[in-house]
Design a protein around this ligand. Structure first.
Ligand code: TXA
Ligand code: MG
Length: 333
């Protein structure tokens, strides 16, 4: 299958493909998503095939707003309304009970809940509005690889497997949305993102916990996707918690280093072995997945060292993704 690249002026062509049950990747403010009409079971099933995603890992449902979401849920709880008013459109995904039979089993993985997201991206909004239906929106990468923050990343992973990609340049945030479970008595964050548990607590007026995400293979985790190895390039990744410790690494031409700009100057490696994460944590969020992919494409790089951050809740999402890519491996010095 030829994978067409659409510019943002070619939205109608992308809508036509989606309406026929084809797969089209689309931009959001977090990462690129892989779209298919959420009510078309056959189309949704082909999303799993294209990504190589285990079938017990349900998909996010991307909606144009509360009205569209309300067609599929039992009822919109008060807590959801508060969060929607404050954070939608934006990088927050809500887990809610669905109306029985309203969405195919392939979307929910047979769970009584579904994850709803309304991205802060006008293009995606227009796409869904023109289509008239929600689209599923898992990250548009091959399962286990870093999520895509550019259309080129999507093309790299899924060319020949999907009908199209809408290219609207690099995404703004760079890490996936915060997922909050509102189907339980006490709301809990299942995946940290740019919107922090503190910010959610303030709006809800109640404590929001964060799920540790630690589950054994036998357990059924609350967010099934969190149990798999993730975001991983082929070379092993090690987290460097203190930037000063870069000086203690035995560097050679098989080493790749991703760090803030200020740190890179101190590291004695050729430029192509170094990836600039930017000037601060916001830049690093934006660049983390790109850096892992950059080194993944270099066959000579056998080990990747990436700068860690400990900045309270604002670094939760970055460290969550980096820890998964590193399989929990930190530099011990
Ligand atoms: O920012 C984002 O959320 C991106 C963009 C493209 O919208 N999407 C994204 O989707 O990250 P995905 O599929 O890569 O991650 C969705 C996560 C998975 O860990 C999945 O297990 C969980 O949401 N999830 C989906 N439906 C669920 C449900 N009914 N119950 C529990 N977890 C669910
Ligand atoms: Mg994903």
């Amino acid at each position: 299958m030829e994978t067409k690249i659409f510019s943002k002026d070619q939205l109608d062509d992308a809508v036509k493909l989606l309406a026929k049950g084809e797969l089209v990747a689309f931009p959001t403010e977090t990462v690129y998503g892989l779209g298919a009409i959420a009510t078309n079971e056959k189309a949704v099933k082909s999303v799993y095939a294209a990504k190589g995603r285990p079938s017990d890992n349900p998909l996010i449902v991307t909606v144009s707003g509360e009205e569209m979401m309300s067609r599929y849920v039992e009822k919109v709880p008060e807590r959801a309304k508060k969060l929607i008013n404050q954070f939608w459109p934006g990088p927050l995904t809500l887990l809610l009970f669905v109306k029985k039979g309203a969405l195919p089993k392939a979307v929910t993985g047979g769970l009584p809940t579904a994850a709803f997201r309304c991205p802060d991206d006008k293009l995606t909004h227009d796409l869904i509005a023109k289509l008239g239906y929600p689209i599923v929106g898992p990250s548009a990468n091959t399962s286990t690889k870093p999520s895509p923050t550019t259309a080129q990343h999507v093309y790299h992973d899924l060319k020949g497997k999907i009908a199209g990609i809408i290219d609207d340049g690099p995404t703004k945030v760079g890490l996936e949305s915060t997922i909050i479970d509102l189907s339980v008595k006490n709301p809990v964050v299942l995946r940290p993102g740019k919107i922090t548990p503190d910010e959610l607590s303030k709006v809800l007026g109640e404590k929001v916990r964060i799920n540790s995400g630690k589950v054994s293979d036998k357990e059924v985790p609350k967010a099934p996707g969190m149990k798999y190895r993730h975001y991983a390039p082929s070379a092993p990744v090690t987290v460097v918690d203190h930037a000063d410790d870069f000086a203690k690494i035995d560097l050679n031409n098989e080493t790749g280093v991703a760090a803030l700009k200020g740190e890179l100057g101190k590291i004695d490696l050729p430029d192509e072995n170094k990836f600039n994460l930017g000037n601060n944590l916001t830049d690093a969020d934006h660049n983390l997945f790109s850096s892992l992919r950059y080194f993944d494409d270099k066959a000579n790089i056998k080990h990747i060292y990436v700068q860690g951050f400990s900045d309270g809740e604002s670094s939760l999402a970055y460290m969550n993704r980096l820890n998964k890519a590193a399989a929990g491996h930190h530099l011990n010095v």
